[in-house]
Design a protein around this ligand. Structure first.
Ligand code: NAG
Ligand code: NAG
Ligand code: NAG
Ligand code: NAG
Ligand code: NAG
Ligand code: NAG
Ligand code: NAG
Length: 591
């Protein structure tokens, strides 16, 4: 593109961004050589710190005093932030591309359905965040784990694109805390046998941060350390690896001796819950519970080095006088459960522990020490980072920027979505000594909807076995009572109301919304009600519950599966499209 044309595009992009939203990076008008006033782009630096498998629900962030001091208290906590696929690789590919997993088709950690080779096959090496940021003028750096199955044999075929500097953890040593292998830029992999991976990591991270600071260009630095993920000494292929408690640095090895997994009502309960394989889990014996408490403590200890890293990063930025110009984001790639619903340590489920993750952000114009209620997801992060860089949003983004700059301004919150599209294909991996590899769970394939409004708080799922779940989290925050079961068996169906409506009327709406979301693309993923109601008369579950829509929703196509697959095989996934409501016409006239 000729310089003038590209300058015009940039100017136009920043005007668009500025008018669409009251963003923090306020463009300034400056006088160009030619004598015309143009708008200068304000590209903020971004430090993106992503812990591996860090939970929100088990309170691990309570054990990160430095993260709380330097990020949480100086920024905003998104308390309703979710991942859409609770597994490292799919979640990371979705994060770096801004697309739901059904639009990346990277749905697993390993080939054929996932891992680094699938990311490459799908063409994303030229279509993901670091590449886009470089195109927009950023210097980009990355340290740590990028994707699973990114290993010592395939790291160069091809090299991951888009980085000014990179130092990746590689399989089969990614999770080997005391024997990690890192691979810098286009160099050969280097083994750090005998050194703690977190210490190796911190040195590399601060080195790149110094490079970024010295260069003077706007920069993005992604820091993805391995803690508190399980330790795996030699990862011969994701699912079959033996996963043990994470290994803390020696200086943290004796902390928290009395700490145990929070004993919430759903911790190893006397009655099973959930559906499918989860409903068949046995209650854990005392040895297993003790082991899981040890596992939890090991995670908190391993996390301490990440907490220290946060402090070092903030101090470097402060010394360079860049803190006021830099967004610092702290999050996780997925959540984690230990013992809830009788589960062994792990992720891959649709429960709160697995999908709800920490998200803390500080930076220019972000409210300090604030809790934000808006429903947000990892799919919103790429668009958010675009906003931080004053870059025009892409049409193929399935998310929308976070309401980061409005603080508690509820008026602005309301224009956002209230749903999370949760999707999962394939296996579940029980981790730790009591989750032996022979117990790998198949058919852990489901689609779900998490929806949070002013007075509703629901989780609705449809499994590949056509089992359903409905949890009303306002009454049942621990997801112990699947009210769909009572509904489908006719038990107590008459007493269960949601928002004052019979449960069946609500389920009809949730199912239709899920039908749209399970294959949505672009803006339909953000505004799904507009697909069902093109006249734009419905914006929320509450709006959709108007009685004049009862027949429409009741006779709607229903989400179901034809059989179970371990990947995104359309033929197995039942009806794909929802009927659209056309005002003034009855069902028969337009069906
Ligand atoms: C550490 O990894 C190297 C390969 O990088 C391997 O040869 C060695 O056996 C490992 N050491 C231990 C203690 O597992
Ligand atoms: C943050 O808010 C809490 C109460 O919500 C308050 O106790 C604390 O002092 C605040 N911290 C800062 C640094 O403002
Ligand atoms: C919230 O946003 C609205 C719409 O822009 C604005 O009119 C209002 O003044 C804002 N309120 C606060 C408290 O900032
Ligand atoms: C539901 O209503 C039936 C009678 O219609 C009653 O026997 C039952 O106890 C009620 N269940 C709940 C959970 O309130
Ligand atoms: C998974 O589901 C398919 C049917 O969809 C069934 O044939 C298969 O036996 C199931 N596998 C397991 C391990 O449950
Ligand atoms: C997703 O990838 C799998 C494995 O390559 C392929 O079989 C499947 O057809 C793909 N699904 C879609 C919807 O493209
Ligand atoms: C809209 C707004 O509050 N903008 C502020 C963002 O922060 C910069 C300093 O970083 C201020 O100069 C702006 O006024």
């Amino acid at each position: 593109m000729p310089f003038i044309a590209s300058l015009l595009v940039l100017v136009f992009a920043s005007l668009l961004t500025a008018s669409a939203n009251n963003v923090g990076s306020v463009p300034q008008s400056i006088l160009q050589d030619g004598g015309e006033w143009v708008t200068e782009r304000k590209q903020h630096n971004v430090v993106f710190i992503m812990s591996d498998d860090l939970d929100l629900q088990l309170n691990s962030v309570e054990y990160m005093p430095l993260m709380r001091k330097y990020i949480a208290e100086q920024g905003s906590f998104f308390r309703n932030h979710f991942v859409t696929t609770a597994l490292c690789c799919p979640s990371r590919v979705s994060l770096w591309t801004g697309r739901q997993a059904h639009n990346t088709n990277v749905t697993d950690v390993n080939p054929p359905f996932g891992g680094f080779p699938k990311f490459i096959q799908q063409g994303f090496n030229s279509e993901y965040l670091p590449v886009w940021l470089q195109q927009a003028g950023y210097d980009t750096y990355y340290v740590g784990k990028m994707f699973n199955w990114h290993n010592i044999d395939n790291y160069h075929s091809p090299h991951l694109a888009g980085f000014t500097g990179s130092d990746f953890l590689l399989d089969p040593y990614t999770y080997s805390y005391m024997n990690s292998t890192y691979q810098r830029n286009h160099d050969r992999p280097v083994s750090y046998e005998g050194m703690h991976t977190s210490d190796v990591f911190a040195e590399k991270a601060l080195g790149f941060l110094d490079d970024a600071i010295i260069s003077g260009n706007p920069f993005f630095i992604g820091l993805s350390p391995v803690a508190p993920h399980s330790n795996i000494d030699s990862n011969t292929g994701g699912a079959s690896a033996h996963m043990t408690a994470p290994v803390p640095c020696e200086r943290h090895a004796h902390l928290f001796e009395d700490v145990i997994v929070p004993r919430t009502p759903h911790f190893n309960p006397s009655e099973s819950s959930g559906v499918n394989w989860i409903s068949r889990l046995k209650q854990q014996d005392q040895n297993n519970v003790d082991y899981n408490d040890h596992f939890y403590r090991s995670r908190l200890r391993a996390l301490q080095s990440i907490d220290e890293l946060v402090e070092s990063v903030i101090q470097r930025l402060a010394e360079a006088n860049l803190l006021d110009d830099t967004y610092v984001i702290f999050t996780s790639d997925n959540g984690y459960h230990i013992g809830q619903h009788r589960l062994q340590p792990g992720k891959e489920c649709g429960f709160e522990e697995d999908i709800r993750v920490p998200l803390f952000i500080r930076g220019p114009n972000v409210s300090r020490n604030e809790t934000i209620d808006a429903v947000t997801t990892h799919i919103d992060l790429a668009p958010t980072i675009f906003r931080m860089g004053d870059i025009e949003l892409r049409e193929d983004f399935d998310g929308t920027p976070l309401p980061l700059f409005y603080g508690a301004n509820k008026t602005h919150m309301d224009i956002r979505h209230e749903h999370v599209t949760v999707e999962y294909w394939g296996i579940a991996i029980p981790e730790g000594d009591y989750g032996p590899t022979s117990d790998i769970v198949r058919n852990n394939t489901y689609k779900a909807l998490r929806i949070i409004g002013d007075d509703y708080n629901l989780y609705y799922s449809v499994w590949c076995t056509n089992e359903h779940e409905l949890y009303d989290l306002n009454n049942d925050p621990f997801q112990m009572h699947n009210i769909y079961e009572g509904f489908s068996s006719g038990q107590h169906a008459e007493n269960t109301t949601i928002l004052g409506y019979a449960q069946s009327l609500v389920i009809d709406r949730l199912d239709a919304l899920l039908m749209v979301l399970k294959s949505c693309k672009g803006s339909a993923c953000v505004q799904p009600w507009a697909v069902l109601h093109p006249d734009n008369s419905v914006h929320s579950l509450r709006d959709a519950l108007e009685s004049r829509f009862n027949s429409f929703y009741h006779r709607q196509n229903k989400v179901s599966f034809n059989w179970c697959e371990e990947g995104y095989i359309i033929d197995a996934e039942g009806p794909q499209d929802a009927y659209v409501f056309r005002n003034g016409l009855s069902w028969h006239e337009w069906a």
